[in-house]
Design a protein around this ligand. Structure first.
Ligand SMILES: NC(=O)c1ccc[n+]([C@@H]2O[C@H](COP(=O)([O-])OP(=O)(O)OC[C@H]3O[C@@H](n4cnc5c(N)ncnc54)[C@H](OP(=O)(O)O)[C@@H]3O)[C@@H](O)[C@H]2O)c1
Length: 176
């Protein structure tokens, strides 16, 4: 059976490159992002190789995510791999110098967006069963109490980031 990739943030960078890689390997691909023109261009490029479905979507919007996933065409419903790639790092600076709205955007995208997409797709992945995979793009763990770590680690859904930022906070507070 043909395998299907679902990837967020496929309009540039790692996401577009990953979609190309899977398509060259024969996977059907569901590509998503907010910039529709870029999605259409990637679809035009890849649809010579494999079936491609585009999903113009802001992953911060849980209702839109749910509706788009519910509306997946029948031949794209057998999702084998979800790549949670959409994300951003708006403010590599000490938290007090970062606009609160930027922190909220990062959290709403990197964490809430990731949860929105994963929650909507889990029934599909569970139906797929053995071999179903979720890959979360994340930076390397923050390896020390640098000023930027205070703003960059909280908005990352990395299993390593949360313990590390706790350690950073403890050190800043003089508890660790
Ligand atoms: N570059 C690095 O050095 C690096 C290192 C470690 C980890 N990462 C992580 O790897 C991932 C990809 O990085 P990249 O360098 O390839 O970044 P990029 O070129 O800026 O791509 C980010 C992608 O995320 C999408 N996106 C952002 N906000 C979104 C939203 N609200 N809804 C839907 N899509 C959204 C963007 O699409 P639209 O703008 O079209 O929506 C874009 O396709 C990110 O999660 C990033 O944090 C990057």
């Amino acid at each position: 059976m043909k395998k299907t990739l679902f990837i967020t943030g496929a309009t540039s960078g790692f996401g577009a490159a990953t979609a190309r890689l899977f398509a060259r390997d024969g996977w059907s691909v569901v590509i998503s992002g907010r910039r529709d023109k870029r999605l259409q261009a990637l679809r035009d490029e890849l649809s010579f190789l494999v079936p491609v479905h585009t999903m113009t979507l802001d992953i911060q919007d849980s209702d839109a995510v749910r509706k788009a996933v519910d509306a997946l065409p029948q031949n794209f419903r057998n999702i084998h791999t979800l790549v949670n790639n959409a994300g951003l790092a708006l403010a590599p600076d000490a938290m007090q110098r970062v606009a609160l709205s930027d922190l909220h955007t990062m959290i709403n995208t990197n964490i809430t967006g990731l949860v929105n997409v994963t929650h909507a797709l889990l029934p599909h992945l569970i139906r797929t069963g053995a071999g179903a995979t979720i890959i979360n793009m994340a930076p390397p763990p923050v390896n020390g109490p640098t000023p930027a770590a205070t703003s960059m680690a909280p908005p990352r859904p990395s299993s390593n980031s949360f313990p590390t930022i706790c350690a950073v906070i403890f050190r800043v507070l003089g508890c660790g």
